[in-house]
Design a protein around this ligand. Structure first.
Ligand SMILES: [Mg+2]
Length: 367
């Protein structure tokens, strides 16, 4: 039996000079936190998440819980970590650290068993539909229009537009941003509108009703992630399907959204919610409530989940001329998105080649 020997953390994270922003959040840094888990017989697995402090949390709290364990025992490892974060975590940085490690554990699992993760999950499809996230609220409207047309030309049939000008107090400007795209791309393209949680429930209801005239497919995070009652109110008062969950954690957070009848589409993020181990449970819960799943970001990981999820919809990608933007320097065999379809690599585990020599330049200090 192989055993986990060590965890290394890399921080290719850079402060942005002109940060992008959405309605409620400034992206001061770009980059990733990368976790590399190594076994005593030389198998390595990689996982990623955001937020620098995760590095210290993993080293001080989580690492001790996994070193020495059987890398195939993903439930045992997950539960050991979750037990240890009881009083200092359960959401936020603690779960992000757990998620990165769990993803790496599944990468190792696939390599030991000689199978890609989507097959371990019981999936068949390697081509997974994806939508193009057009840009942040900081992107000028003319650029949004230009990019939207470019992505449609490239074969995407679904776009995401962010709204929430003036802290959610300018619905006419928000409406215009979406309307211009709808006019430009025509009626056959699906449009998701993302407010990043900036509205109160009453304002969100007003805006949802305006969006009904633009045939919007999904209204994402109309209210703050902690305003689940407000979200349920918005959902009850509009015909536009409601999506949320990217800022929620674990099966318990999923249960709260489902029991409040607050969502139509769950958008849990595998690098926050608890990795593959927890996402399979979140997907099962969403199936029991007859809801759909469209994971937030990270197509390299989430594609495996959607290959197997009967209620899965589509991935989120930020397209570039090269394909997918995230992790361009970190992953050397970045899978392509062709005509709005993301292709899962067929190698074992994640099927991704991480550039260790690049990452080594950004090794986190030992805390
Ligand atoms: Mg979002």
């Amino acid at each position: 039996m192989s055993k986990i020997k060590d965890v290394e953390i890399f921080l290719p994270v850079f402060r942005q000079e002109n940060p992008q922003y959405d309605s409620s959040f400034i992206l001061k840094y770009r980059g990733r936190v990368v976790a590399r888990v190594i076994t005593d017989d030389g198998v390595e697995g990689y996982g990623m998440t955001f937020a620098d402090p995760v590095a210290e949390y993993i080293q001080k709290i989580l690492k001790e819980e996994i070193v020495g364990k059987d890398p195939l025992a993903f439930e045992d490892i997950w539960n050991a970590m979750y037990t240890q974060i009881r009083s200092s975590g359960r959401k936020g940085v603690a779960l992000m650290g757990m998620s990165a490690i769990d993803i790496a554990i599944w990468d190792i699992r696939g390599k030991i068993l000689g199978q890609p993760i989507y097959k371990l999950l019981g999936g068949v499809n390697r081509l997974i539909p994806a939508y193009a996230s057009v840009g942040f609220l900081s992107m000028p409207e003319d650029t949004v229009l230009e990019k939207s047309l470019e992505y449609v030309e490239d074969g995407y049939s679904m776009l995401k537009i962010k709204v929430g000008y003036d802290l959610g107090q300018n619905l006419r400007a928000d409406y215009r941003r979406v309307e211009r795209v709808r006019r430009a791309v025509g009626d056959d393209i699906h449009i998701i509108v993302d407010a990043n949680g900036i509205y109160d429930a009453a304002t969100a209801v007003r805006f949802a009703r305006m969006l009904e005239t633009l045939d919007v497919s999904l209204f994402e995070e109309p209210t703050h992630a902690d305003d689940i009652a407000g979200l349920a109110r918005v959902r009850a008062m509009t015909g536009v399907p409601i999506a949320a969950g990217e800022n929620e954690y674990t099966k318990y957070g999923c249960r709260d959204l489902l029991c409040a009848d607050a969502v139509d589409v769950l958008q849990f993020d595998i690098t926050r919610a608890g990795g593959f181990t927890e996402m399979t449970k979140i997907i099962a819960l969403s199936q029991a409530f007859n809801k759909k799943i469209a994971p937030h970001f990270w197509p390299q990981f989430s594609a495996h989940l959607l290959s197997a999820a009967q209620n899965g919809l589509y991935l989120e990608v930020f397209p570039t001329p090269k394909g997918v933007r995230e992790g361009e320097n970190i992953i050397t065999n970045q899978p392509p998105v062709v005509k709005g379809q993301y292709e899962i690599p067929d190698g074992p585990g994640l099927g991704l080649d991480f550039d260790y020599s690049y990452l080594s330049r950004y090794k986190a200090p030992n805390y």
